[in-house]
Design a protein around this ligand. Structure first.
Ligand code: ASP
Length: 394
């Protein structure tokens, strides 16, 4: 009985009822949008204080700059490896399935490319010139850079001062975790509204129109989430991924419903540490980092989408062009923010790299939100597995 009314079971039911209500009562679901927005706002309210406190506590608990460097290198190495595997899988699936469409482009659906796209500008965008701006704008990577420096500096303070700071941030962390628990209790309602709204707004016809493309993206996402990621994580982390999934799936469901890795972050940190047996040093460091730089689902989707666009335009992209896609898709997934639709905007970078017109994005924009839900779930699942793998090394 208790299991039947657990948040997870209710969330699954909410997804199901959300889909049905979106199909049968679209008007009602459109007017219930505020409920999903409320849930999202409550989650977002927690991101900054929780990231700040949990990263600080994680770094100070690691105890030394050396330990942090070790964990940092391993985490980045792991993220790079899984992202590379994701893009490779995406390219394999798309070369095999060769999806294409003859549908006409909708000029109205063109998208503005991000302002600058060079490696240097990506690097500079990680540095917080004014931390209050970064906090105000929710720039997670910049906040991470600042907190890590702050926490490493705290390690050099005399014990009494360091302990004061540590106690303060541990208390902030615990209080935020409590608020996160309250917000998580609202998940079924929030998810019902979010899913119902998407279905009411998008409908299923768009999916049917682009079925070969949707099928290629979903196939690759499922292969990556069900086989590649668990195999790599089990091998490196020595744990049972299925058992772990059962404990942390709440975060994956929220990622699916919100299409935002950042909004899911408070929940990922909570479930990984309270249910998934991940130590705070690992959860507090690996998850916030992963929410913005590690996006396997996005990387894989970028590769498939660009190849699909090329096929639809009748442009042949050979091996060397696909290497360009491999590199830029990896780069784009690191640069994409953990918010809905970020992957679609980053795609302009890959399109220009291989010489395809930017307005080609109009071809796939209609199904982007639906695919965003799936790819975000994979992004967050990848982060959760990484936190468990890194657990072994802290
Ligand atoms: N929505 C994705 C995320 O938050 C990013 C993307 O658009 O691919 O992880």
């Amino acid at each position: 009985m208790k299991k039947l009314f657990s948040i997870e079971s209710l969330t699954l039911l909410a997804i199901l009822f959300g889909i049905l209500a979106g199909l049968w009562l679209p008007e009602a679901m459109l007017s219930l949008k505020w409920l999903g927005d409320l849930f999202l706002m409550l989650l977002k309210m927690l991101i900054i204080p929780l990231v700040f406190a949990s990263v600080f506590v994680a770094v100070v608990s690691l105890g030394s700059g050396e330990a942090l460097k070790n964990l940092g290198i391993k985490t980045f190495g792991y993220y790079l490896l899984t992202t590379a595997l994701a893009v490779t899988l995406g390219l394999l699936v798309v070369n095999f399935a060769e999806p294409a469409t003859s549908h006409h482009l909708h000029a109205a659906q063109t998208i503005q490319p991000p302002k600058e796209q060079s490696f240097a500008s990506l690097l500079l965008s990680f540095v917080p010139a004014n931390i209050f701006h970064s906090l105000d704008e929710g720039r997670i990577v910049q906040i991470l850079v600042f907190v890590i420096l702050f926490a490493v500096a705290a390690l050099y303070l005399e014990p009494a001062k360091r302990e004061t700071l540590q106690l303060f941030f541990e208390s902030v962390n615990d209080a935020m975790a409590k608020v996160a628990e309250w917000v998580i209790a609202l998940t079924p309602l929030g998810v019902f509204s979010l899913i119902g709204y998407v279905v009411a707004k998008e409908g299923f016809q768009t999916i049917v129109d682009l079925k070969s493309y949707v099928a290629a993206v979903l196939t690759a996402l499922f292969l990556h989430a069900l086989f590649v990621l668990p195999a790599v994580a089990a091998f490196l982390g020595r744990f049972n991924p299925l058992e772990y999934f059962r404990k942390v799936r709440e975060a994956v469901l929220i990622a699916f419903s919100t299409a935002s890795s950042s909004a899911t972050l408070p929940v990922s940190i909570d479930v990984a540490s309270t249910k998934g047996g991940v130590k705070r040093e690992s959860a507090g460091f690996v998850l916030p980092l992963g929410a913005t730089v590690n996006m396997d689902g996005t990387a894989l989707y970028e590769a498939i989408a660009v190849m699909f666009i090329a096929n639809s335009y009748g442009v042949e992209l050979g091996f060397s062009q696909q290497i360009v896609i491999f590199l830029t898709a990896t780069f784009a997934s690191v640069g994409a923010a953990g918010i809905p639709g970020a992957g679609l905007v980053m795609m302009t970078m890959i399109l220009s790299a291989v010489g395809l017109p930017l307005e080609a994005i109009g071809l796939i924009a209609a199904v982007d939100r639906i695919l965003d839900m799936f790819r975000t779930a994979v992004n967050v699942w990848g982060d959760l597995l990484a936190a468990k793998v890194m657990n072994r090394f802290v």
